[in-house]
Design a protein around this ligand. Structure first.
Ligand code: SF4
Length: 365
């Protein structure tokens, strides 16, 4: 499939509530968002963009009970901001090395390749940046970030994120990644993208070939975000297959979302379906404290119960790490129920997934 096909599809996405209303009937709360967003134009509101293919995954008759709809159609609840929330919940802005490069950990950094996404997800934690029409990083901005990384050899991995980097053309992507690889040929590149879900036509044979050739210089990994089994339709599976056939390692980061996927049977199916599509479930993220997203956040208490039950049901390959990115730049911490109960000499008492307490005798130190 050629570049024109996906670019046409990207340009043809729904881009405002007026257009959306011509395709589906909106609820009162959704219309109220539209009215409020118009009044508050220019504020921190996350804009609307819905690819028509993603829209077709919505069961219109279910209204706000539909898990796909909740992820893309805004409601007035987004204007309900809690004091604990922030438009920059991970305090990324305080970790900038250059205007597009963020370094919160010693060994990893994030490059904001573009603010554009194929779709704006209502739970997005980077809503201060996504969709602000700044466009892709300029050659100078990329060079500045690459030079900074040249002086930071302890950074081992670079996450190319945004926005969604795969909304950029192959030529731009090639130029950007090559710039980093020229300066740091030893650095692993990770690309964070929702495109296999939102615009699978973007995963062309040419893109797969490009990523394959770039990863011959230094490994390129792809991090996807599938949140519901219905997103893994034939088109998405075909896109994933194309990438894995090109030798690109695929990992998935699911966001735990209220009313979308806060159900153990559904999460079990999603993780097993991902493994079947050759994608390793990597993280199950507790929702970040992003402004106006409390209606989509699952309580931690529910998350702990889901994690424990998933751990009982899933293989190690299919089990993601349930984690939260702490506010104020505290970084990721895994959210797990403690399995070690106590220690007596060189004996450790553990609680198994089935609730049995069993001793493990350690070697003498
Ligand atoms: S694709 Fe990623 S960056 Fe873009 S809106 Fe969705 S979650 Fe945010």
């Amino acid at each position: 499939m050629s570049e024109e096909v996906w670019q046409e599809e990207l340009a043809g996405a729904i881009q405002d509530m007026g257009q959306l209303q011509q395709c589906c009937s909106l609820t009162e709360d959704e219309l109220a968002w539209s009215a409020a967003a118009e009044t508050l134009q220019g504020s921190g509101t996350l804009r609307v963009r819905i690819p028509r293919r993603y829209l077709s995954l919505i069961d219109q008759s279910a209204l706000r009970a539909d898990p796909i709809r909740l992820q893309v159609i805004p409601t007035i609840e987004e204007f309900h901001e809690l004091p604990c929330e922030s438009s920059d919940p991970l305090a990324e802005d305080s970790w900038h090395v250059t205007p597009r490069l963020i370094r919160r950990y010693k060994s990893r950094a994030v490059f904001l390749a573009t603010d554009m996404c194929a779709m704006y997800c209502r739970h997005c934690f980077r809503r201060r940046f996504a969709g602000k029409e700044e466009g892709p990083a300029s050659i100078q901005e990329t060079a500045a970030a690459a030079n900074a990384l040249g002086a930071l050899p302890e950074v081992r991995e670079l996450l190319i994120s945004g926005g969604d980097p795969l909304t950029m053309s192959d030529a731009l992507l090639h130029e950007m990644i090559s710039t980093f690889q020229r300066v740091r040929p030893d650095m692993v590149i990770r690309i964070g993208t929702r495109v296999p879900v939102t615009l699978p036509s973007r995963i062309t044979g040419e893109l797969a070939d490009l990523l394959h050739s770039l990863s011959r210089r230094a490994p390129v990994y792809l991090m996807t975000q599938f949140n519901h089994p219905r997103e893994l339709d034939h088109a998405a599976r075909t896109a994933l297959m194309r990438l894995s056939d090109a030798g690109i390692p695929l990992f998935n980061q699911t966001v735990l979302l209220k009313g979308v996927n806060d159900d153990v049977d559904l999460l079990e199916q999603l993780m097993n379906d991902l493994v079947a599509a050759r994608v390793k479930p990597y993280y199950l993220f507790q929702g970040d404290l992003a402004s106006g997203t409390s209606h989509l956040r699952t309580p931690l208490a529910t998350g702990f119960v889901l994690e424990q039950e998933l751990r009982r049901r899933l293989s190690g390959l299919a089990m993601p790490v349930y984690a939260v990115d702490l506010p104020q730049g505290g970084g990721k911490v895994p959210l797990v129920q403690k399995s070690l109960l106590r220690k007596e000499g060189n004996r450790y008492l553990f609680r198994s997934m089935d609730g049995q307490d069993l001793w493990y005798e350690d070697v003498d130190t």
